[in-house]
Design a protein around this ligand. Sequence first.
Ligand code: PEP
Ligand code: MN
Length: 339
Amino acid sequence: MIIVMESTATEEEILAVENKIRALGYNPHEIIGIERKVIGAVGDERGKEQLQQIESMPGVESVVPILKPYKLASREMRKIDSIINCGGVPVGGKNIALIAGPCSVESREQICTTARLVKNAGANLMRGGAYKPRTSPYSFQGLEEEGLKLLAEAKAQTGLPIVTEVMNPREVDLVARYADVMQVGARNVQNFSLLKELGQIKKPILLKRGLMTTIKEFLMSTEYILSEGNQEVILCERGIRTFETATRNTLDISCIPVLKKETHLPIIIDPSHATGHWDLVESMSRASIAAGADGLMIEVHPDPVNAFSDGPQSLKPAKFAKLVQDLRPLIELMGRSLN
Ligand code: PEP
Ligand code: MN
């Protein structure tokens, strides 16, 4: 349910409504609107009619049901776009986020060089996996905590906030000590224990869509994080599995306008995993920005041929720099900005 407060509602009236929501066994989520305050009451679907009582409380304008199954993520709940603060970099709104870096952190030299080069090219966040979800248990699994330390060194040298993946609920605290944004990989999009754990921390989450996840399922996964209290979620489309084999996955460009309609959260695109080929990254980046994406996550490696993972889809730093240069006029045309 959404409790819409009158524009003249006092702090005391708002507090009384929140206490009533709690007394009825629901969790209040305050949403500061442009003109008035809205309070979301979420919890057990059964018995939500009880919340209707709140309508007669002072300062309350109306109590309206949220029709979508995802409540806190929905546009019904929040009309304006959410802007997520990622280690000082705003993601969402007019801003374009450019997250770049290698698939995996491999060495000090590799991550620090890449971070420096992508920063000079215009990236505002860096990526690099220390815990890698690999199809084969015999493939490189990541440098783990050592990789997180190397990311921290690269951040110290460049100032770029870190986006890195967490795979295991037991490692949330450890990864959160280093990461500015915690990435949930495509394969973990429905790992509800992990999502609930991430809902309890105060760090932005970058949630990747799964290989076979519908948009509705994707938003329900998002809701797992939001409903635990963490409102800072960025959605990431990285291609879905179809019958097509010419590309690693199929980039679902139409998910951008659909998600924009359904949710207030920012949506970024990962054209690297979506296509699997470095030479398709530029055109898909352009298509994503043109379709209204809030940013891109691009794999960049100084020596793709010898990369430990995802070399074929990784751009060399110079190619990445050219891509950013070429994207700038389009970003401007779309009324967006790359800080
Ligand atoms: C990655 O970002 O390196 C990654 C493993 O992506 P995904 O979870 O989308 O496959
Ligand atoms: Mn990768």
